[in-house]
Design a protein around this ligand. Structure first.
Ligand SMILES: [Zn+2]
Length: 406
């Protein structure tokens, strides 16, 4: 394993250097001779790559193969600035599908399953990634794409789909709608594969309870093939990632120093086989940690903790840094609350107002909740209880933090 990793790393660095002006300049500027990177121990000598650099390299700046070898292009959603373009060779697509197939296998999906795929198709990597993995496994892909609840239910009922793939917010929407329509007994769903955004334990148990399924958290992003880069196993204690395809380091977001195994920070990935667009120490903005202990499931693939959030999700209130995952943790521990919440930040006369809207059937216990949140966050929010189902749900990514401080 180690030899294969070292060989993959050495190949990647030399390929990147040879294949693009982008990486050649980066490595030259850092004074790194690509031939000197021979093993995983050399990894910290490579310069980090940022999202901003990939954006500036738009469209083909960090593609390292000639155009005739590129067989497909995807792009990131581009909600926060310029798009990042993703290019693939035929081999890259095969590797992506193989990793995705592994995800399904970890979730216990087999060739006998019917997999309903609701993530979006098109330039976005999601839908087609779910489909390629399902087909490679030999399962039946049912590509409904996002939205259109009536169609989703029609297909789920008539075809008796057994696996549902979705963003977590769309999965919640489907789960609540299933209950509202009283369809639970007539559905054949048994597994949910959800991802593309961070979702807490409260949301997870609500979806599992309403749909009577086992859910799996999938990891991935466009710059690194797409979704399918890791999945929690049936132990549900962290996400296994595929270290035969890419390496993970954890760095301190501010100092950029590599952290010891088990410490929490920003995930940094380096690919081992990616041809069209290799990644060298790419800063993902995802916050997590490597779990050093072996998984009880016995899999040799290493694990990261489920994502705590993104570096960009962090917001500051009265000088205190807050991550939405911390709010999740507190809400999950309070009985009687829904899984949905919204943070509203405003400013009046120079002072931040920090309001959290939470769904619950009864308006009580706000003092206890506010105190518990203060304990965890270090800053006290006001609480507003709103009726269940009243906060926005979407089929893409739910925006939980509304910052109107200007
Ligand atoms: Zn495991």
């Amino acid at each position: 394993m180690t030899e294969a990793v070292d060989a993959g790393l050495g190949w990647t660095v030399q390929h990147a250097y040879r294949g693009s002006e982008f990486f050649r300049r980066k490595l030259d500027a850092a004074g790194v001779d690509p031939h000197s990177i021979r093993s995983e121990a050399d990894l910290p000598r490579l310069p980090l790559t940022t999202k901003q650099e990939l954006r500036e390299a738009y469209p083909f700046g960090w593609t390292c193969v000639p155009p005739e070898q590129v067989v497909r292009i995807h792009a990131s959603t581009g909600t926060t600035g310029r798009r990042i373009l993703a290019t693939y060779t035929a081999n890259d697509l095969e590797d992506w599908a193989a990793m995705f197939q592994r995800c399904y296998e970890f979730a216990g999906v087999t060739a006998a399953d019917r997999v309903q795929i609701t993530p979006g198709y098109g330039l976005w990597t999601a839908g087609i990634g779910f489909q390629a993995g399902a087909e490679r496994l030999g399962a039946t892909a049912v590509p409904t794409g996002p939205g259109n609840l009536n169609l989703q239910f029609e297909v789920m009922l008539d075809l008796q789909s057994t696996v549902l793939c979705a963003t977590s917010s769309f999965a919640l929407l489907i789960a609540e709608e299933t209950q509202r329509r009283g369809l639970n007994e007539r559905l054949a769903l048994r597994v949910g594969v959800f991802g593309s955004e961070r979702w807490g334990e409260a949301m997870r148990s609500r979806i599992e309870e309403l749909l009577k399924i086992e859910t799996f958290d999938i990891y991935g992003f466009t710059e690194l093939y797409g979704p399918g880069m890791g999945l929690d196993c049936r132990e549900h204690e962290g996400i296994h990632y595929w270290d035969d395809y890419y390496l993970v380091e954890v760095i301190d977001h501010a100092s950029e120093k590599v952290l010891a195994a088990g410490e929490e920070g920003e995930l940094v990935v380096t690919t081992l086989r990616k041809q069209a667009q290799p990644l060298l120490r790419y800063r993902t903005h995802d916050l997590s940690r490597i779990i050093p202990e072996p998984c009880p499931c016995g899999s040799p693939f290493p694990r990261i903790e489920r994502l705590k959030g993104r570096v960009d999700d962090m917001f500051k209130v009265r000088g205190v840094a807050v991550f939405p995952a911390q709010i999740d943790t507190v809400l999950s521990a309070q009985p009687g609350l829904g899984s949905e919440y919204q943070v509203l930040l405003t400013r009046r006369e120079g002072r931040d107002r920090f309001l959290i809207r939470v769904e619950a059937p009864e308006v009580s216990g706000t003092e206890v909740l506010s105190a518990a949140l203060r304990q965890e966050l270090g800053v006290r929010p006001e609480i507003e209880i709103v009726p269940p189902g009243s906060l926005p749900r979407t089929d893409r990514k739910t925006k939980r933090v509304v910052d109107e401080r200007g």
